[in-house]
Design a binder for this molecule. Structure first.
Ligand code: XIL
Length: 485
């Protein structure tokens, strides 16, 4: 078994396999019908598709990123016996997987959104989260917009707020579209794709050398009405799903590093039964459709890591067991599943299982990646939208425990916080009376949760003395002292 420290780091040198032209129908020929696309990269984003000869370099102008993994490392490693896709299927090109031992590496697709400029200054400095994370762990946040923001009295943060974008680029090395890649945004009318918002996030990430998590290709929620209320035959639905998956994945091939291919497929009942009524795909096409969705996505981007993703899988529980069994079975059958994502939406009103790490570890033992994909820790709030000091301290400890688990599990390469400012987080909107779930106060001041994440990263990488002695961390040392942490 290799360790985090001897894993190969990547320099994101990928080979151009012919960038797709912007605005052209993706995967013509591979999809069962012409897909109309709209929403080409907007000039406002300050970026454009880059020439093929600049292929693959994350030309973000940041200081010091050489040797950072452009992608989570899953190459060149000795792996477990013959899963079609787990770690250890190194193909020698520093990026791919699942290509079969000893075979010639196929050319890799160049992200078509590679920018010419636009990087935020001063990103990933010493006193940030991404700046102190180990090379093989991406620290992420969301591109906030869509979903509940659409009903709010402010415009979508990501496209409208430069301060928000700057903050994200400075602190984080990965970004997830909060809503813009969900079906209701991407395919608002049947066969009509709108990528405008999603493209801008991808261009931003590329400009700033950030990884991207794609969320989500199939789900029971946030589907457009035409789909949920339509009257389709099985064959038609299958065609609709295949077209969507191929169109979206191929558009972002080489850009999106990890995809949530199937989101929240099991319920919260005792048996963690499969969502065979509320999930249109499973209801109409049977759970076997999951094999196809992963396979289609893999065919369109063989280098992307393909994940299941769910909430309430924060320990050894029934729902997590169902994923373990399903993924084990799919791996046996050669289905290209590469990862298990624990959303990790926690509440101080509920307990927290001490088997979080053990759960991630068993997926790691299968040879697949794990990720903390949407962490936030909420609790009952007062009139100032704050948790009690005790709950704040408890929330900080949960952030630290989850991060430490990810650091200690070999192929946990991504840790994403779901939200930046509490006033804009999905939490108050979804769980009335609860809040204070993110790591920043309303003015981007750091909370104890931010500082404990930073301390955990520093102590993991450089030891306790670096944390105690380095003047860069003075602010957070003070915040943690004041919180008694
Ligand atoms: C949430 C978004 O944050 C909201 O804006 C939206 O209104 C609803 O969805 N699990 C998921 C995410 O997989 O997509 C959800 O995001 C939060 C729970």
């Amino acid at each position: 078994m290799f360790t985090r420290s001897n894993r190969r780091t990547l320099t994101a040198a990928v080979v151009c396999a012919g960038a797709l032209a912007l605005g052209t129908p993706a995967m013509a020929g591979a999809t069962p019908g012409p897909a109309q696309q709209s929403g080409v990269l907007s000039a406002d984003a300050g970026v454009s598709a880059k020439a093929a000869d600049q292929a693959g370099q994350k030309s973000n102008g940041r200081p010091d990123h050489a040797g950072q993994p452009g992608k989570p490392d899953h190459a060149g490693q000795p792996g477990p016996p013959d899963h079609a896709n787990g770690k250890g299927k190194g193909n020698g090109n520093g990026k791919g997987h699942g290509n079969g031992g000893g075979q010639e590496a196929p050319e890799q697709t160049q992200c078509q959104f590679t920018p010419e400029g636009g990087a935020v200054e001063g990103a990933w400095g010493r006193d940030t989260l991404a700046g102190v994370a180990p090379d093989d762990l991406r620290i992420g946040n969301i591109a906030a917009g869509g979903g509940h923001h659409s009903d709010a009295d402010y415009p979508d943060p990501f496209p409208s707020d430069p301060e928000y974008r700057e903050h994200i680029a400075q602190e984080y090395s990965s970004v997830t579209h909060e809503n813009y890649l969900k079906w209701e945004f991407v395919q608002p009318e049947q066969g009509v794709y709108d990528f405008e918002q999603a493209d801008a996030v991808v261009a931003f990430a590329e400009a700033n050398g950030m990884d991207l998590r794609g969320h989500a290709l199939s789900w029971h929620s946030q589907n457009p009405d035409w789909l949920e209320e339509g009257d389709f035959t099985e064959a038609e639905l299958r065609e609709i799903l295949e077209d969507h998956v191929r169109t979206v994945v191929s558009r972002y091939a080489g850009c999106i590093d990890q995809w949530d291919v199937a989101n929240e497929i099991f319920r919260d009942d005792e048996a963690a039964s499969i969502r065979d009524t509320e999930n249109i795909w499973i209801r109409e096409l049977g759970p076997e459709i999951l094999d196809d969705v992963f396979t289609w996505a893999h065919e369109e981007d063989p280098d992307a890591l393909l994940f299941y993703n769910d909430y309430n899988v924060d320990g050894l529980n029934a729902k997590a067991d169902r994923y373990y069994d399903l993924i084990s079975d799919q791996l046996e059958r050669g289905v290209p599943v590469h990862g298990f994502g624990a959303q990790t939406h926690l509440s101080m009103q509920y307990g927290f299982d001490d088997t979080y790490q053990e759960n991630l570890q068993r997926f790691d033992d299968l040879g697949i990646h794990t990720a903390v994909t949407e962490i936030d820790v909420r609790g009952a709030v007062d009139e100032n939208d704050r948790m009690s000091p005790e709950d704040r301290a408890g929330a900080a400890e949960r952030y630290a425990t989850v991060l430490q688990a990810c650091l200690d599990v070999s192929l946990c390469n991504s840790f994403t916080i779901w939200g930046t400012l509490d006033a804009q987080s999905w939490v108050p909107n979804t769980f009335p009376g609860e809040g204070d779930a993110t790591v920043h106060e309303g003015d981007y001041e750091r909370k104890p949760t931010y500082c404990i994440v930073q301390r955990t990263l520093v102590e993991h990488g450089e030891g306790a003395s670096a944390w105690e002695d380095d003047a860069s961390f003075e602010e957070c040392r003070g915040i943690l002292d004041a919180a008694g942490l």
